[in-house]
Design a protein around this ligand. Structure first.
Ligand SMILES: [Zn+2]
Length: 342
């Protein structure tokens, strides 16, 4: 059975075998033997590689449909050690000594990177405590998330500081799933506040955000409404520090979005939510934030893809226009505990 080339020598041998296959009509007998030999050697290298794993505890998922960068792999297997993937192969022969998990034809997909999430399992990142962070993160890790950017709703500076301190501590732990802090606000349009706490919402203030950014390296993303005074200066400053600027809770129209793009904003927060689409004012028609974001080809969008925040037809439209390269799905989950549905 053909197996994925897993090492350079094996790849060379397999390439040689296939090349000879093309020529075998002319030099049938000799080349057939050489080809068989090359396949045997390639297989031997693979088996030797597997043998080197035998001294350690292995887990192997077999009989799965595995999503790989090259597409779906049927009847393959995933070989793991200490919960880390050693390799993915289309060979589902059991490795001697490995603990087997039979996926029974189910899907095996890469873990989720959660870029917008307020909490879970009863813990909210706004609490700022280690306990709240660990509770929320563990709840998400149980359901397919492997790394996470904890999100704060519009907060006061002391709340941001408390969360940043906890986030920094957790990020320093070995193999930490925490990749950085996401601040959703508090520089938002009050008219589009939605579930954000209005008492914390204000215009961007450099005297406030510069010291925060200078002090806390853990902040990786900060959202704002582009139409607010100072929002362009804010976007330029934070993106200059390597922080992603995202358009959120806004009434921005095309000129605002184009200026935002020029000032470093590259993402739209929970696309379609807390932002207007095409609308009328008296007898005149106006593009909304949504259409404006579509018009900036390279602007990325994140979507709460639950079929409720955005209906399935619109999800298809987003996929059609932005594609997989420019769209990602998020939970935007709150602190509530999951329930078991039977
Ligand atoms: Zn949110």
């Amino acid at each position: 059975m053909f197996q994925f080339p897993l090492s350079v020598p094996r790849l060379i041998l397999l390439s040689g075998a296939y090349l000879l296959k093309k020529l075998e009509n002319n030099w049938e007998n000799l080349l057939l033997r050489v080809k068989k030999l090359l396949f045997l050697l390639a297989d031997l290298i693979y088996q030797l590689k597997i043998l080197t794993y035998h001294s350690i505890m292995l887990t192997q998922i077999i009989n799965a449909k595995i999503l790989t960068p090259q597409g779906w792999l049927k009847d393959g297997s995933v070989l793991m050690r200490d919960n880390k993937i050693l390799e993915v192969t289309n060979c589902d022969l059991a490795v001697i000594g490995a603990e087997l998990i039979d996926a029974k034809g189910m899907y095996v997909v890469p873990g989720g990177v959660e870029i917008h999430c307020h909490g879970g399992g009863g813990g909210d990142f706004m609490e700022g405590t280690e306990e709240a962070f660990r509770t929320a993160i563990n709840a998400h890790m149980k359901h397919g998330t492997t790394s996470i950017f904890p999100t704060l709703s519009s907060s006061t500076v002391p709340m941001i500081e408390a969360a940043a301190e906890t986030c920094t501590k957790l990020m320093e732990e070995p193999d930490s799933p925490v990749l950085g802090l996401h601040l959703e606000g508090h520089y938002l349009n009050i008219k589009m506040a939605g579930g954000q706490m209005p008492e914390n919402i204000k215009d961007p203030d450099p005297n406030e955000y510069i010291p925060i950014v200078e002090k806390w390296n853990c902040i990786k993303r900060w959202d704002a409404a582009p139409e607010l005074p100072g929002a362009m200066q804010f976007g330029k400053y934070i993106t200059g520090k390597g922080i992603v600027a995202s358009v959120a809770h806004t009434q921005a129209e095309f000129e605002d979005i184009r200026s935002a793009w020029d000032s470093g904003y590259t993402l739209a927060t929970h696309f379609y939510n807390a932002m207007p689409g095409f609308h009328k004012r008296r007898e005149y028609k106006y593009e909304g934030t949504v259409e404006s974001i579509y018009l900036i080809d390279d602007m990325n969008v994140e979507v709460v893809a639950d079929g409720i925040h955005v209906p399935p037809t619109i999800l298809r439209l987003i996929y059609k226009i932005k594609g997989v390269e420019r769209a990602c799905v998020i939970t935007d989950a709150w602190h509530v505990r999951p329930v078991t549905v039977t």
